[in-house]
Design a protein around this ligand. Structure first.
Ligand code: SAM
Length: 235
């Protein structure tokens, strides 16, 4: 946790309060906080500040903002990813948010187990987003959407996301073309499920404007491929 993220409701007066159990535990166990110490704090969907700790007790840590700081810029990326296993979903959302993805769409595909759409982990997405933002020192919550039907998403939604200045790439290990690197424009990235996209899905994606691109002949895990793609595209 590199900033403490508070809701606008916690920052209404001159003195702000940190009272979430998780955040208090982290401050006590990892930062060994003392009164007078500076603490980086962000307001959800708002500014980020250096604050000073004014009091500490069992229930809350009170802080006072000292000065505003810049919030890290996002990457101009819409990540479209087939819904992974619940355990992977947590890491995937946290890491994508930490890396600065602007928008995330979770989609169905043939090799996504239908039961994943019922997992209670999906209700936890907001918490994973908070953890990702706190790790990065970011405050701006990315837009997250879910599409439980592959074909309508690819045929009706995907084409509206693609333009000359904002292409879409589907990461596919068996594509002939390589994923570009060092780009300076926005884009959408489509990443497959743990079992990969079936040929019909890759065909439908490319017919609807996606460029199929490979990352080489090593097959990466879904979450590893996302970190690699973002590093490569925006190096
Ligand atoms: N057995 C699957 C296959 O052969 O397609 C592996 C799927 S991989 C675990 C999950 C997703 O990560 C893929 O659908 C793709 O989007 C992305 N990916 C992994 N390695 C890749 C590579 N070398 N090139 C392009 N995409 C890759």
């Amino acid at each position: 946790m590199n900033i403490v993220l508070l809701g606008p409701e916690d920052t209404q007066s001159e003195i702000w309060s940190i009272h979430s159990k998780r955040q208090l535990q982290h401050l006590r166990e990892h930062l060994d906080i003392t009164v007078g110490q500076n603490l980086k704090v962000g307001i959800r969907n708002g500014a980020r500040y250096v604050t000073e700790i004014v009091s500490i007790d069992e229930q809350e840590v009170c802080i006072r903002p000292i000065r505003e700081e810049a919030v890290p810029a996002k990457l101009p990326v819409h990540l479209i990813v087939a819904l992974p296993r619940p355990k992977v979903l947590r890491r995937l959302i946290m890491d994508s948010v930490t890396l600065g993805v602007e928008k995330i769409s979770l989609i169905h595909s043939y090799r996504v187990d239908k039961s994943y759409w019922q997992t209670p982990f999906l209700q936890q997405i907001d918490n994973y987003v908070t953890l990702g933002l706190e790790q990065a020192g970011d405050t701006i919550v990315p837009e997250i959407q879910m599409y439980k039907r592959f074909k309508p998403f690819v045929e009706d939604v995907l084409p509206t996301l693609i333009s000359e200045t904002s292409p879409a790439y589907v990461a596919h290990p068996y594509a002939d073309e390589s994923m570009p690197n060092g780009i300076d424009h926005a884009c959408s990235i489509v990443v497959g499920p743990e079992g990969g996209f079936i040929p019909y899905e890759v065909d439908l994606l490319t017919k609807n404007g996606c460029q199929a691109v490979s990352l080489g002949n090593r097959i990466l895990r879904t979450e590893t491929s996302i970190s690699y793609i973002l590093g490569r595209l925006f190096s």
